[in-house]
Write a protein that binds this ligand. Structure first.
Ligand code: VGL
Ligand code: ZN
Length: 196
């Protein structure tokens, strides 16, 4: 079974959102079109409590995109985004969710960020996604969504590590930073990841 994981297609990552991914809206049409090619479709949703420590606003004197040490992990500080219950945290209405069987939320612990749909950034807690996919006899996953260089990349790397045959769907991702994505893409390919 081959699953599609749709990562974080939420208003805050789309144009006019608080952490807008350049041209992020361009992928929605592709994501809607490709869902029919998969046996199972799931999604992830970035879902932070207000005051989450990944927000620059939670650290006096810090600005978005600065890097700090957060509980022993390197942390990029972000603008406030995907706050639980806010409009910006909703999956866009333009996304066709008829085939989305489950939505895995992440980033709920205020002390640790969570880019991957599988684990938080410290690999302390898993979301249940691996177990869900294995229960459904999934052996292959394809990852699409936002942002290519953060949540898509880390989800794809964890999928590989969990033993899934893993693809990134390049027509259906957009990065926050294109040069950052190029390096991460190389790492993904080196570890046995594939593109489609
Ligand atoms: C993301 C930064 C912070 C993402 C989420 O969805 O790629 N990036 N939180
Ligand atoms: Zn986030």
């Amino acid at each position: 079974m081959h699953a599609l994981i749709i990562v974080d297609i939420q208003y805050d990552f789309l144009p006019n959102g608080s952490l807008a991914v350049p041209l992020g809206d361009e992928i929605i049409e592709q994501v809607n079109r490709i869902q029919q090619d998969y046996d199972l479709v799931v999604a992830t949703q970035d879902w932070h409590p207000a005051g989450h420590k990944s927000f620059a606003s939670a650290h006096a004197g810090r600005k978005p995109f600065e890097i700090i040490d957060l509980n022993g992990l390197e942390q990029v500080l972000w603008p406030d985004h995907c706050v639980q219950g806010s409009a910006g945290a909703e999956l866009t209405d333009l996304l066709d969710t008829h085939r989305v069987e489950a939505i895995f939320r992440k980033g709920t612990n205020p002390e640790i960020d969570s880019y991957s749909g599988f684990f938080d950034n410290g690999k302390r807690k898993n979301t249940g996604l691996t177990g869900y996919l294995r229960d459904r006899d999934v052996t292959t996953v394809s990852v699409c969504g936002l942002a290519a260089d953060y949540c898509v990349y880390f989800t794809a790397m964890d999928a590989l590590e969990q033993g899934f045959d893993t693809y990134i769907v390049e027509e259906a991702i957009r990065p926050i930073d294109a040069s950052g994505y190029r390096d991460k893409r190389a790492t993904f390919l080196q570890r046995g990841g594939k593109l489609r």
